[in-house]
Design a protein around this ligand. Structure first.
Ligand SMILES: Cc1cc2nc3c(=O)[nH]c(=O)nc-3n(C[C@H](O)[C@H](O)[C@H](O)COP(=O)(O)O)c2cc1C
Length: 177
């Protein structure tokens, strides 16, 4: 079966949001390249894809065009170094709608300490956090459209320096809001 990726994602994007419930947690695991090797039922229910479509697909299948690339670059930089990533992510559903998550990504190691893939766990995001971060993502995306990754990276760095925080700390504090 064809391995789906973002080129197979819906083109008719809608403003219909699906909300996670308080006790939901979405789990997926990938290989070292970001191809999905495991997903739980809530991921299937939230994304609208079948398990067969998701297993083997590139995780970018559910990448929403409102997400700035710099967020994913930061995530990959951290997890490849064996560090954890926390972030608010807007995901694209198969029907063109979307859902926000509070995501945590970390590396999976085998018994010899080799990274064999990555795991992600997501919970319902704080509404205040989503409302705070969405306009920041919009600014980053606009910067990317004009000046590429360099521009959005600089904007993000300045924002974090002004607020004397790291990306992960900003995100964790927002989730508490
Ligand atoms: C374990 C894991 C989970 C991920 N979860 C998501 C996700 O839920 N949504 C998403 O858009 N990208 C997720 N990503 C990031 C994607 O691999 C990819 O970097 C991102 O969608 C941007 O894709 P692109 O650079 O091909 O445009 C995840 C990556 C890993 C390793």
């Amino acid at each position: 079966m064809k391995r789906l990726d973002k080129k197979d994602a819906p083109v008719n994007i809608t403003q219909t949001e699906k909300f996670m419930s308080e006790n939901d947690f979405i789990v997926s695991k990938t290989d070292t390249k970001g191809y999905i090797t495991y997903c739980n039922q809530i991921f299937i229910d939230m994304s609208g894809y079948t398990k067969e479509e998701l297993i083997g697909a590139n995780h970018n299948l559910i990448r929403h065009p409102d997400m700035p690339a710099v967020a994913f670059n930061l995530a990959w930089d951290l997890i490849k170094k064996g560090q954890e990533f926390f972030g608010f992510v807007k995901n694209l559903k198969k029907d063109g709608g979307y859902y926000w998550v509070f995501a945590y990504i970390t590396a999976d190691y085998d018994s010899k300490g080799t990274v064999i893939g990555y795991s992600s766990f997501r919970r319902k995001p704080s509404r205040v956090a989503v409302e705070t971060i969405a306009p920041v993502y919009k600014l980053l995306l606009d910067a990317e459209k004009k000046g590429g990754m360099e521009a959005s990276g600089e904007l993000l760095e300045n924002f974090l320096a002004e607020n004397k925080t790291s990306y992960n700390n900003l995100v964790i504090n927002l989730q508490k809001s």
